[in-house]
Write a protein that binds this ligand. Structure first.
Ligand SMILES: *[C@@H]1O[C@H](CO)[C@@H](O)[C@H](O)[C@H]1NC(C)=O
Ligand SMILES: *[C@@H]1O[C@H](CO)[C@@H](O)[C@H](O)[C@H]1NC(C)=O
Ligand SMILES: *[C@@H]1O[C@H](CO)[C@@H](O)[C@H](O)[C@H]1NC(C)=O
Ligand SMILES: *[C@@H]1O[C@H](CO)[C@@H](O)[C@H](O)[C@H]1NC(C)=O
Length: 190
């Protein structure tokens, strides 16, 4: 049985970042699992179609080199931008389970709220993140008026992003040195 209070105490003590002592980090594993499970269950199979907007690997690579505060802001802003994608008039055309979809959006919103307590209110992340999500919405939902196929692309991209954010959180929770090594390793792969 892992003593999480002890682990957090050590994290807070060694990394000297009050951000890491925020409540959100303690609930993260459970909240993230909820979000991903709901995302999976609200629809059927993941679409095999490819998204025309390339996945923003460089943005993720760069954020590993940033400070923890910036990483937390990045995660918060990513979750906000993701939930923004779903605020669209024709969400019903996706024909997903409406209750599960709503619960998915609530779980994303809840994470955003909890993260807000860990970061400075006036901090915002790099504009390239915003630009990416705008391009994604334009190339899928906006140009089809929210067709079922474009919703499936959004759902698939959402999963890819949530998986990446999970890796980033793991990195924040581990020591920052190990985090940099991983980012260097993933940088070589691409
Ligand atoms: C969520 O947690 C359950 C139980 O630990 C696990 O079986 C499941 O694979 C997890 N789901 C996701 C999407 O990670
Ligand atoms: C924003 O991020 C991009 C790519 O991740 C980087 O090239 C750029 O220098 C960053 N801009 C600022 C203002 O940090
Ligand atoms: C954000 O707020 C903090 C404290 O309120 C202040 O020290 C900092 O200069 C502000 N940063 C920006 C970019 O406005
Ligand atoms: C929703 O779908 C209708 C009918 O296909 C379309 O006329 C409308 O423009 C769409 N709304 C948005 C916001 O794309």
């Amino acid at each position: 049985m892992v003593n999480w209070t002890g682990v957090l105490f050590v994290l807070c003590g060694t990394l000297l970042t009050p951000a890491l002592c925020c409540d959100w980090l303690r609930h993260y594993g459970h909240l993230s699992n909820d979000s991903l499970t709901l995302l999976q269950q609200m629809g059927g199979q993941w679409t095999g179609q490819e998204c025309r907007v390339p996945f923003p690997r460089k943005i993720y690579r760069d954020i590993y080199k940033a400070e923890v505060q910036s990483q937390l802001v990045f995660i918060r802003d990513s979750l906000k931008l993701i939930s923004g994608l779903y605020h669209h008039d024709n969400l019903t055309s996706a024909s997903w389970d409406t209750v599960k979809t709503e619960h998915f959006l609530i779980s994303i919103h809840r994470q955003t709220e909890e993260l807000n307590t860990c970061v400075l209110a006036n901090k915002t992340s790099n504009s390239s993140l915003r630009k990416y999500y705008r391009r994604l919405a334009r190339s899928t939902l906006h140009c089809t008026g929210g067709s079922p196929a474009s919703w499936e692309l959004i759902r698939k991209q959402t999963k890819l992003h949530l998986d990446q954010l999970d890796l980033l959180v793991e990195c924040i929770k581990s020591s920052s040195a190990a985090c940099r090594r991983r980012s260097a390793a993933s940088g070589r792969q691409h």
